[in-house]
Design a protein around this ligand. Structure first.
Ligand code: UDP
Length: 323
C-alpha cells in the first residue's frame, strides 16, 4: 500500500485523485490551503490545512513519511498569469522548489507533477507529441516548463524521480456524482456552457469564430477527469516499480471545437443554450490536440470515458446536483 501526499487535494483534479487513491487502497494525506479548494471535496484520508510556502509546516507533514508526492496546487489562469506574473512565479515555481527541498530533506524521492499543454506554446504541428518544442507564450506555461526543467536536473543530481503529466483540457466530473468542478471564478468552457444550460448564466460567450478550423472556433482535446487521474495512478505505479523520470502528454487525441462542445451540451441536456459571439481571447492557439501514444505504450494508459458526450453528461449531473 503506497503512502501518498496529495498537495492541492481539495481542488478540482486533486479531489478526484484523492478519491481514486482511497479506492485503490492507498494511504492518502491531503495538504491544501483552501484558497481555492473545498474541504468537503476531500472524501478520504487525512487532511492538513496549510500553505505550501510554509517550510516548517511542510517539514511537519513530510516527517510522517511518504512514498510519493502528487502536486496539484498551482494557479492555472493564463490571463491572470499575464497580469500578475509574480503571483505565478512565487506559487508555481518558488513554492514548488520549497516542496521539492522539503521532500529531499525527508527522503521522499518520487514526484508526480501536473504540467500542461501550455508548455508547448503555439503548436508547430498537430497532434502534439513529446518531441514538440516547448516554447510557452505566457507566464503560466513558463512556470510549468521551469519546474519540468528543474525536475530533470534534480533526477540527475539527487535521484529524485518524477513523472510530468502535461494535461490538455481536463473536464467532466466524478461518475458517481460526488465531485465536480467548482472554480471561482469559473473560466473553463464546459462548466460555463452547462451553467448557461441550467440558467445560472444567461449565455455562453464564444471567444472567436475566425480561427483556421472547420467551423472557425477553437479546437481542444477534452480529457475526462477520471482518465486523467487513472494516468496518475499508473505514473505512481511506474515510479514505485523503479522507473526513471518521464514526461507524458495526456489527452484523448481527438479535437472538438467550441461549437461542437455547445452542440453536444444541447443534446446531452435537452436545453437550448444561448450563444454570444465575442472576440478572440488573447493567447488561445487555434488547435491543441495531444498525441498520447507514449503514455499508452509505456504505462498502458487507456481512457475509459473518451466520448465527449459522456464527459459533458458527467459534468451536467454535477451542475444540476440538488435540482
Ligand atoms: N472558451 C470560450 N468561451 C468561454 C471559455 C472558453 O469560447 O467562456 C474557449 C476558449 O477560447 C478555448 C476553449 O473554449 O478555445 C477552451 O477554453 P478553456 O478556458 O476551457 O481551456 P484552455 O484551452 O484555455 O485550457
Amino acid at each position: 500500500m503506497s503512502k501518498v501526499l496529495v498537495v492541492g487535494g481539495a481542488g478540482y483534479i486533486g479531489s478526484h485523485m484523492v478519491k481514486m487513491l482511497g479506492r485503490q487502497g492507498c494511504d492518502v494525506t491531503t495538504l491544501d490551503d483552501l484558497s481555492s479548494g473545498h474541504r468537503d471535496a476531500v472524501l478520504c484520508g487525512d487532511f492538513v490545512q496549510g500553505d505550501m510556502g510554509d517550510r516548517a509546516m511542510l517539514d511537519a507533514v513530510l516527517a510522517r513519511g511518504f512514498d510519493a508526492v502528487m502536486h496539484f496546487a498551482s494557479f492555472i489562469q493564463v490571463g491572470e498569469s499575464v497580469q500578475q506574473p509574480a503571483k505565478y512565479y512565487q506559487n508555481n515555481v518558488v513554492n514548488t522548489l520549497g516542496l521539492l527541498d522539503a521532500m529531499r530533506s525527508h527522503g521522499v524521492g518520487r514526484f508526480i507533477f501536473s504540467s500542461t499543454a501550455a508548455t508547448f506554446g503555439e503548436p508547430q504541428y498537430s497532434p502534439i507529441d513529446e518531441r514538440h518544442p516547448q516554447q510557452p507564450i505566457n507566464p503560466y506555461g513558463r512556470t510549468k516548463l521551469m519546474v519540468e526543467q528543474v525536475l530533470a536536473d534534480y533526477e540527475r543530481a539527487y535521484g529524485l524521480r518524477s513523472v510530468c503529466l502535461r494535461y490538455f483540457n481536463a473536464a467532466g466530473a466524478d461518475p458517481e456524482g460526488q465531485l465536480g468542478e467548482r472554480h471561482e471564478p469559473e473560466t473553463h468552457l464546459i462548466p460555463l456552457v452547462l451553467q448557461a444550460a441550467s440558467g445560472r448564466r444567461p449565455h455562453i460567450g464564444v471567444f472567436g469564430r475566425d480561427y483556421d478550423t472547420p467551423d472557425g472556433t477553437c479546437v481542444r482535446d477534452y480529457i475526462h477527469i477520471e482518465d486523467l487521474c487513472s494516468a496518475h495512478g499508473l505514473a505512481l505505479q511506474s515510479l514505485m516499480g523503479g522507473a526513471g523520470s518521464q514526461a507524458y502528454n495526456l489527452g484523448n487525441g481527438q479535437g472538438f471545437s467550441v461549437q461542437e462542445v455547445i452542440d453536444t451540451a444541447q443534446q446531452v441536456t435537452g436545453r437550448s443554450i444561448a450563444v454570444v459571439n465575442g472576440p478572440r481571447r488573447a493567447g488561445d492557439p487555434a488547435r491543441l490536440v495531444a498525441d498520447a501514444s507514449l503514455i499508452r505504450e509505456k504505462l498502458g494508459w487507456q481512457p475509459r470515458y473518451a466520448d465527449l458526450a459522456t464527459i459533458v453528461e458527467h459534468a451536467w449531473r454535477w451542475e444540476i446536483r440538488g435540482e
